[in-house]
Design a protein around this ligand. Structure first.
Ligand SMILES: *[C@@H]1O[C@H](CO)[C@@H](O)[C@H](O)[C@H]1NC(C)=O
Length: 344
């Protein structure tokens, strides 16, 4: 019985021994030199690979990533700010800015936009500033998908520095009007517009009294220096900043259709509730004879999205990082193992 048992077990040992493919140290001097030379090279490479992996994995760990989530916007009562700064090629007395929304309140309920007489023609410095803003903005919009992570995380909010002041005032009389300020809007669809004449509130809304300005004086060429919603926040791009429209038609109607998307941003640096928007624009010339009806002017038609975007910045958990790192390193040890261990 005992002998019978012993035999298979010694076969087993033999079998395992044959399976062992690790090279054995043979005390033959030539062989020994050969092995250690290869082993040295391999272990050097292995060390470099390991150091490189540890460094890059650690970098990835300290880096963070962003999660984008959509969810219904449940903040029904919230107000949102509209920040506007634009210049129109008509003097202030001849135009009026007004806002109407689905709640039928008038502008006075929303705050106040200031008007300032100015020259529509820009000074050379101002022109180059506007060009820079426009170029940067176009670039950001086109490359947004490639760099948006960088933008959100960097805490950089694209509030361009304001337009530089004029160093010399032109001799001519002012011919333009700058309209700027912040309004507090209800979160419903609405329409902010600049048309000829001052507006007069009436129970059904308002009328623009434009008796003093002839149509031949209309010029709705304009520049939008800034248009944004909500508080400034990192990574938000304002598509209309730097926009410039010049027309030689008196009866031009510019329409901007704006979809405002509530956006909650939680980065390591800050936590903000803000708004992004996308815009489509349309221009046509009012000509009642040709069936193009309407009122000449600049119209911003905005609506808020029912879905909001939640952006959160997060880290890989430490444990996950350690496990991933050690399993990668273990893999290298196993692969390079033979030579590596010998050289130790
Ligand atoms: C409006 O003003 C701009 C800039 O001064 C000019 O280029 C354009 O021809 C004007 N348009 C009209 C309709 O007068």
């Amino acid at each position: 019985m005992l002998r019978n048992r012993k035999k298979p077990s010694s076969y087993g040992v033999e079998l395992v021994r044959n399976l062992d493919t690790f090279p054995k140290l043979v005390c033959n001097s030539d062989d020994y030199v050969e092995r250690s030379r290869i082993g040295g090279a391999v272990s050097l490479v292995t060390y470099i690979v390991i150091i490189w992996i540890v460094i890059s994995e650690t970098n990835i760990y300290f880096d963070s990533y962003l999660n984008f989530k959509f969810m219904p916007d449940t903040d029904y009562n919230a107000k949102l700010n509209l920040n506007l700064d634009m210049t129109i090629a008509m003097p202030c007395f001849s135009i009026g800015a007004d806002i109407l929304d689905s709640t039928s309140q008038n502008l006075l309920m929303f705050g106040n936009l200031e008007e300032e007489d100015t020259w529509f023609e820009l000074s050379p410095e101002q022109e180059s500033h506007l060009r820079d803003v426009r170029q940067l903005n176009t670039y950001l919009r086109e490359e947004f998908h490639a760099i948006h992570h960088l933008l959100w995380k960097s805490g950089h909010s694209f509030l361009y520095p304001g337009m530089p002041k004029r160093s010399v005032s032109p001799k001519e009389a002012t011919d333009g009007c700058r309209i700027f300020g912040s309004l507090e809007l209800n979160k419903v669809a609405g329409n902010l517009h600049v048309t000829a004449g001052k507006s007069m509130p009436i129970p059904q809304g308002h009328v623009h009294i434009s008796a003093f300005v002839g149509q031949s004086a209309y010029n709705f060429s304009h520049r939008i220096h800034h248009l944004s919603f909500g508080d400034p926040s990192a990574g938000i791009i304002h598509p209309l900043d730097g926009d410039e429209k010049i027309t030689d038609q008196n009866m031009a109607l510019y329409q901007y259709f704006i979809e405002v998307v509530p956006t909650d941003v939680q980065t390591f640096l800050s936590k903000t509730k803000t708004y992004q928007y996308s815009v489509k624009e349309h221009m046509r010339v009012i000509d009642h004879d040709k069936g193009s009806h309407g009122v000449a002017g600049i119209f911003f038609k905005y609506d808020t999205s029912a879905l909001k975007v939640v952006v959160t910045q997060s880290h890989e958990p430490l444990l996950q990082f350690l496990i991933r790192l050690s399993s990668t390193l273990a893999g290298i040890f196993v692969t390079a193992g033979n030579h590596f261990l010998y050289s130790l």
